[in-house]
Write a protein that binds this ligand. Structure first.
Ligand SMILES: Cc1cc2nc3c(=O)[nH]c(=O)nc-3n(C[C@H](O)[C@H](O)[C@H](O)COP(=O)(O)OP(=O)(O)OC[C@H]3O[C@@H](n4cnc5c(N)ncnc54)[C@H](O)[C@@H]3O)c2cc1C
Length: 383
């Protein structure tokens, strides 16, 4: 077992760290307060090859792998969690196309995504279908050389700004979840309306609703076969969930670093507050939860790079990292006291951003469900 990163991975991580410090950090607070969408940063991350890590060179990627992508994602989220969302919005649809698309689709649709030129998103969730994906109501009806889509998708990251969307909708409701299909759609076509939504955190990551009414998608943009949508969705979520876990790690680390730095400076009762054992208890837990989550994230990414099943490991990594981020941000806020609660310092942003990781891409409960069902032998996660 080798816990050292290769020289190549160290170089990739350092590139992302340098980029985040120089390009993201200076305006992170301002972007968060202003709810600013930074298309320039989406493009720059594409230029640096971040989205291309898990895409082969044939389709414009660099094939560095999932471990590389998780290292990059952690560095970006460390500085500003909202900016790591863009990685998933470009990589998620690109990966689904790579795995399930036709050769023509891969050549046509993947390169603009991984260059960051076509802003992507994936639309699964609906007002009445969150964790229960198969409860979706969106429907696509075959008409001539295309499909006509109708339905509403909600809480879609990038919905207000996306050029394209990977959309999941029923083509045959009688087949239950086996009647869902996946479509890669051009959102500049008529029949789609958008509504921005406000959330607690990740303010620089636009989020909203997409409503489709008589929205046409050519048959050439059906991804996989009709009825394969649920399978594609679960496959895609397993990969974007890993990136999410890496993002949560970044937030956990940011919160821990802020807490340690403050505890070493702030004095009360004539000593540094780091000397108080109750604060040490919080710091020890932050360190251990974060490091345990990092090992799980790296193992899940390593398995992906070995092309081995990793659904169970991804769920464990996502659960551990999301909970570690939420714990660390809450603990950091306690340690910083009023300064933590103040909007002058980034810790309140870490807490707002950390909460999203317990919900997105399968809530912590859903991850626990997958882990427990596997342990109990009810449903093996890695099938
Ligand atoms: C910031 C953000 C970004 C998002 N981006 C996207 C996106 O880009 N694309 C997209 O499609 N969706 C996106 N979503 C939606 C997200 O995927 C859903 O919010 C998530 O799947 C949970 O669904 P829900 O919020 O409807 O909660 P519900 O499914 O209604 O769950 C509510 C509560 O019940 C629990 N629960 C539900 N089912 C079970 C169960 N079987 N056992 C135990 N507990 C259960 C959940 O854990 C949760 O605590 C985003 C959400 C957020 C907050």
């Amino acid at each position: 077992m080798d816990f050292d990163l290769s020289e190549e991975l160290v170089a990739v991580r350092d590139l992302a760290r340098d980029f985040a410090e120089k390009e993201i950090a200076p305006t992170a607070a301002k972007d968060d307060r202003g709810h600013t969408f930074r298309k320039d940063l989406v493009l720059k991350m594409g230029e640096l090859g971040f989205y291309g890590c898990v895409i082969p060179e044939t389709y414009g990627g660099n094939g560095l792998g999932f471990l590389a992508l998780t290292l990059i994602t952690e560095e970006i989220a460390l500085v500003h969690s909202a900016m790591r969302v863009f990685i998933n919005m470009q990589v998620g649809p690109a990966l689904a196309l790579l795995q399930f698309g036709t050769e023509e689709q891969k050549k046509r649709l993947i390169p603009p995504l991984i260059r960051g030129e076509a802003v992507g998103c994936f639309a699964i969730t609906e007002p009445d279908a969150g964790s229960d994906v198969a409860a979706m109501r969106a429907a696509a009806v075959r008409k001539g050389d295309g499909y006509v889509l109708k339905g509403t998708k909600i809480w879609i990251s990038n919905a207000p700004v996306a050029d394209n969307a990977l959309i999941y909708a029923y083509t045959d409701r009688s087949q239950k979840h086996r009647g869902i299909s996946a479509f890669y759609a051009d959102l500049s076509q008529p029949g789609v309306s958008r509504r921005s939504l406000e959330t607690l955190g990740a303010h620089a990551s636009p989020i909203g609703e997409l409503t489709f009414e008589n929205f046409r998608v050519p048959t050439g943009n059906l991804v996989g076969k009709e009825g394969e949508g649920f399978k594609i969705c679960m496959w895609q979520l397993n990969h974007t969930r890993l990136s999410c876990a890496a993002g949560a790690l970044g937030v956990a680390r940011a919160a821990r670093e802020a807490a340690v730095s403050y505890a070493n400076q702030r004095e009360q009762f004539g000593q540094k507050i780091g000397q108080f054992q109750m604060n040490q208890d919080l710091i020890a837990q932050m360190v251990v939860h974060e490091e345990a989550a990092r090992l799980l994230v790296c193992r899940a990414a390593w398995l992906a790079d070995q092309k081995q099943p990793n659904n169970l490991e991804v769920s464990m990594a996502k659960y551990a990292a999301a909970e570690s981020a939420a714990f660390a941000a809450d603990a950091a806020l306690r340690i910083l006291g009023a300064y933590g609660y103040s909007t002058e310092f980034p810790v309140e942003r870490y807490l707002r951003d950390a909460k999203s990781y317990q919900i997105v891409e399968g809530s912590s409960n859903i991850q626990k469900l997958i882990i427990a069902q596997d342990a109990l032998g009810y449903r093996k996660a890695n099938r």
